[in-house]
Design a binder for this molecule. Structure first.
Ligand SMILES: [Zn+2]
Length: 177
């Protein structure tokens, strides 16, 4: 193993490697700050092609994100300066667990992924404080792979509250236990 420069997670490794290779020049040019694209591009300029190593396999999206984060933190702890900029991955520290995962991660999950990781959601109204737990398994099969929690939240936001009928005050709450 060489010097780690970045830890990532993907469900399509060949595609990720190819797109990093093909797009790094263009993406690095548009960015002012350090990042994985700039690292890969400057290595190429020096005559090095970054290599990839699979560190871990996880069956679900959330467990993969936790593993990615913990590998990044481990590298920082060992003194490597990673290009990871995401919260929890941009510095070292103790390993994180399910209780530490970020809302922003789960908002990007499809409903199928959310079900696999037992992510819970509810609709909460900021006007009347009513909260309604939503059983994800009850949502139509057709929508599950296609729609994300964030998109579901956007739809709910535009609808009126079932309890107080005020429009635009419903928010999605998302958490894991
Ligand atoms: Zn309400």
């Amino acid at each position: 193993m060489g010097t780690p420069i970045y830890v990532g997670q993907t469900n399509d490794l060949p595609e990720r490697i190819l797109s990093r290779f093909v797009k790094c020049e263009k993406e690095a040019a548009g960015k002012r700050t350090d990042g994985i694209e700039r690292r890969i591009a400057s290595l190429l300029h020096s005559g090095f092609v970054a290599s990839y190593q699979v560190l871990d396999y996880q069956l679900t999206h959330l467990t993969s994100l936790i593993s990615e984060t913990n590998w990044a933190r481990k590298c920082w702890n060992s003194g490597y300066h990673l290009a990871n900029r995401a919260e929890l991955q941009n510095a070292g520290g103790p390993p994180i667990g399910r209780g530490d995962v970020l809302r922003s991660w789960m908002l990007k999950f499809s409903l199928t992924e959310a079900i696999a990781d037992d992510v819970r959601i509810s609709i909460a109204c900021e006007a009347c404080s009513a909260a309604l737990p939503i059983p994800l398994t009850k949502i139509s099969e057709l929508e599950k792979p296609a729609i994300t929690i964030s998109e579901l939240g956007r739809v709910w936001r535009s609808e009126e509250c079932t309890f107080c009928t005020i429009v635009g005050k419903r928010r999605v709450r998302v958490w894991v236990e």
